[in-house]
Ligand binder design. Structure first.
Ligand code: ADP
Ligand code: F6P
Length: 319
């Protein structure tokens, strides 16, 4: 292969730029031309494709978001849209495509491979919800953002002796809420992967009060419902004053942590190497700190497994 391309798709995540940089630089290292596809699959279908020089990815390793922009595209889900995308790639002489995104983006990439166009996926999402990889690019940065926010909320929660309910992103996965809840010492962590009755949440709040706790922090993963509805139920049952914080898109921004830059650099370079080895229809992952590659079909057929031992640990540490 002499010409490759890279795009970012779906919800952006901190570290996507570092992955783009790694892909571009690694391609140049192998004396292969690299092209950037702007605006995800939407841009691919309309041929928004430009060659990327070594210098084009300078000064981006530390920047959040994605210089290639991202998009969600309904048109690309159609047969005609995918056909157009393959034609654009072929018209530019491109022979392999790296897709940085989440599972939806990988399903799109798989469609291109089914049409005979080689693709490799790199997992980039703050949700950490991709099977066959221990971590996704952006999760660590978002985790640190959430923990910093909870630490700040804890200050005011203590001053006013209030109960705070904080809603954390993650789509259907509870990883971000769980890891942040443990790292920030929350009293309760409510995630889709573990059912928790309201009575149990309230009993834990009472237990904290009995031993003189001045504040309570409850983390709610967006996948189980809104923090507001939990706050309402808790106030109704206890009569306590509650406050709600929905952290929202602040969790998706910011400069990537060193861990995310490392992960992105390793994965972005691995994706180029895989294409040049003639591999396709695969996703890069990290397992036990080793970079691996897994068949798309196999990865997408599985469901991401949250580590429930962390949930159990958090419960024992927040009594
Ligand atoms: P993420 O990649 O973060 O999971 P989405 O689920 O929004 O984000 O997917 C990103 C884009 O990938 C979608 O807007 C769509 O263009 C494409 N895509 C998602 N699912 C499919 C599919 N089954 N077939 C083709 N393209 C898809
Ligand atoms: O997948 C990343 C994510 O931030 C999820 O955590 C969240 O549910 C979703 O994207 C929000 O999407 P949007 O940016 O379209 O509101």
């Amino acid at each position: 292969m002499r010409k490759l391309a890279v795009l970012t798709s779906g919800g952006d995540s901190p570290g996507m730029n570092a992955a783009v940089r790694a892909a571009v630089r690694r391609a140049h290292f192998h004396e292969v031309q690299m092209f950037g596809v702007y605006h995800g699959y939407e841009g691919l279908m309309r041929g928004d494709i430009k060659e990327m020089s070594l210098g084009s990815v300078g000064d981006i390793i530390q920047r959040g978001g994605t210089i290639l922009y991202s998009a969600r595209s309904e048109a690309f889900k159609t047969e005609a849209g995918q056909q157009r995308a393959v034609e654009q790639l072929r018209d530019h002489g491109i022979e392999g495509l790296i897709v940085i995104g989440g599972d939806g983006s990988f399903r799109g990439a798989q469609k291109l491979t089914e049409k005979g166009f080689p693709t490799i996926g790199v997992p980039g999402t703050i949700d950490n919800d991709i099977p066959c990889t221990d971590f996704t690019i952006g999760f660590d940065t978002a985790l640190n953002t959430v923990v910093e926010a909870i630490d700040k909320i804890r200050d005011t929660a203590t001053s006013h002796e209030r109960t705070y309910i904080i809603e954390v992103m993650g789509r259907d996965a509870g990883d971000l809420a769980l890891w942040a809840g443990l790292a920030a010492g929350a009293e309760s962590i409510i995630i889709p992967e573990a059912s928790q009755e309201l009575d149990d949440i309230i009993e834990r709040l009472h237990a904290g009060q009995r031993r003189g706790k001045k504040h309570s922090i409850i983390i709610v993963a967006e996948g189980v419902g809104s923090a507001a509805s939990y706050a309402e139920a808790i106030t109704k049952e206890t009569g306590w004053e509650t406050r709600v914080t929905v952290l929202g898109h602040i969790q998706r921004g910011g400069s990537p942590t060193a861990m995310d830059r490392m992960l992105a650099s390793r994965m972005g370079a691995a994706a180029v190497d895989l294409l040049l080895e003639g591999k396709q229809d695969r996703m890069v992952g990290i397992q036990n700190n080793e970079i691996v590659d897994v068949d798309f079909q196999e990865a997408l057929a599985k469901k991401h497994q949250l580590d429930l031992s962390i949930y159990q640990l958090a419960r024992t540490l927040s009594i």
